[in-house]
Write a protein that binds this ligand. Structure first.
Ligand code: ATP
Ligand code: MG
Length: 429
């Protein structure tokens, strides 16, 4: 292993860590870079797969030619063939001009196919052909074109499982996997955890001009014992959160626990993010997303109704009609706000704000908008399905530290559908 070369690469690309697993991955990347062999980078979500293809390209004879990174999960199924292989003018509705496609544009260069496990099966056949023969055909044409592209692919899905389930071609997998590079999860990188924490803490302190946070010995032990289901992405987000929110600069294990760092990997639902190789749903269409969400909303509405019944059900017994506003003292602590809204408290301290004076509980129940179940909840006009979907997606993304893969798994939709939704709702900023 050429350790000085590896250290140089780390410096150049801002890669932190000195664990055997990381060094081995970098060593293979450097060794394989000058060849034209296909490389498949494998590792859980957030382990740092995206930097390796760049390292390979920059250390190859192709370094002066084009490098494109394409996220296969983010391109809609209907356009992926034309994006990758190009199309002729008029090939389909909306094809107002011809398109070269990445395989043509990257001739003599490198294509990084990220999340390659998400490629539709028809596209996999085209990809196999170009990998084996260098030949491809643009959508809507019959002319065979040639290209010379080096492929580096990455995946965080269990490819063997995808093959067994018929979602990924075995022959393509072996073709892509000529040189596998495995990036270990953060929990297997020992002292790297502490080094990464320090790097992120310093970066954030410089950005926000605050003293960097540091760890007490017990906090360091806890950080090392934690399972890090979201890997380095999760560590970066956590360091950022604590740096900004905590008033303390010396971080103890108690403080870390408040941010969900536990020494038990199964706690707190975080295990959901550790899904690189576990069960995955693959619902391709929107109907299923909506169905899924509506079922969830249905359950939430039921809980809500039960809650309202048990907490303000006594309002229903008051002799006011549906259309006659109740007197303020009919309902617990009703308070008219200056902007035509009314608040009333429930006996467990939750404050509900309505857009109109509360009539009776059944009327209130008809106005169903629960934006938040925290101390103050607003009930106003009903949400559209799109509103609910947007809220649900943004909430789940946040909970999963921005990991689209884990979010898609939690929502039970394919990553492709999720990418489309993120774009549609402008959640990708
Ligand atoms: N060794 C490292 N040193 C410094 N930063 C790192 C390292 N590894 C990863 N990161 C940072 O962690 C974040 C996540 O890395 P990256 O996006 O490459 O993950 P990934 O493996 O592609 O995950 P996914 O499968 O979810 O796409 C990035 O911000 C990246 O810069
Ligand atoms: Mg990635």
């Amino acid at each position: 292993m050429d350790t000085s070369n590896i250290q140089q690469i780390k410096q150049r690309y801002g890669i932190v860590g000195n664990s055997d697993g990381l060094n081995r991955a970098l060593d293979i990347a450097i060794q394989v870079a000058p060849t034209d062999l296909s490389v498949l980078i494998i590792g859980e979500s957030g382990v740092g797969k995206e930097v390796l293809p760049r390292v390979i390209h920059d250390n190859s004879a192709r370094k002066h030619s084009k490098y494109f990174a394409i996220n296969c999960g983010s391109i809609p199924e209907g356009t992926i063939d034309s994006e990758l292989f190009g199309h002729s003018k008029g090939a389909f509705t909306g094809a107002v001009s011809e398109r070269e496609g990445y395989f043509g544009a990257a001739n003599k260069g490198t294509l990084f196919l990220d999340e390659v496990g998400e490629l539709p099966i028809a596209t996999q056949a085209r990809l196999l052909r170009v990998l084996e023969t260098g030949e491809y055909i643009r959508v809507g044409e019959s002319e065979v074109r040639k290209t010379d592209v080096r492929i580096v692919a990455a995946t965080n899905v269990n490819m063997q499982k995808a093959i067994r389930e018929g979602r990924f071609r075995e022959d393509l997998f072996y073709r892509l996997n000529t040189i596998p590079i495995s990036l270990p999860p953060l929990r297997e990188r020992g002292r790297d955890i502490e080094m990464l924490f320090r790097k992120f803490a310093i970066e954030i302190s410089e950005k926000y001009r605050r003293e960097p946070i540091r760890l007490t010995p017990d906090a360091r032990d806890l950080l090392m014992a934690y399972k890090w289901p979201g890997n380095i992405r999760q560590l970066r987000n956590l360091t950022e959160q604590i740096s900004i929110i905590s008033s303390e600069r010396e971080i103890t294990s108690e403080i870390l626990k408040q941010y969900g760092v536990t020494d038990d990997s199964t706690e707190g639902g975080l295990v959901l993010t550790n899904t690189g190789s576990t069960n995955q749903h693959s619902y391709e269409n929107e109907r299923e997303l909506l169905f899924h969400l509506l079922t969830k909303i249905g359950n939430e509405m039921k809980d809500l109704k039960d809650y309202v019944r048990s907490n303000i059900g006594n309002m229903q017994h008051h002799p006011t009609s549906e259309n006659t506003p109740a007197r303020h003292d009919d309902i617990m602590n009703v308070e008219a706000l200056s902007d035509n809204r009314y608040t009333f408290g429930t006996d467990d301290g939750m404050k509900i704000t309505t857009m109109s004076q509360p009539h009776v509980a059944s009327q209130a129940q008809k106005q169903r908008r629960f934006v938040d179940s925290e101390p103050e909840t607003i009930i106003e006009s009903p949400l559209t399905i799109k509103d609910v979907e947007k809220l649900k997606i943004s909430d789940t993304l946040q909970r999963n530290n921005g990991s689209r893969r884990n979010t898609s798994i939690e929502l039970g939709i394919s990553e492709r559908t999720l990418y489309r939704k993120i774009k549609e709702y402008g959640l990708d900023i």
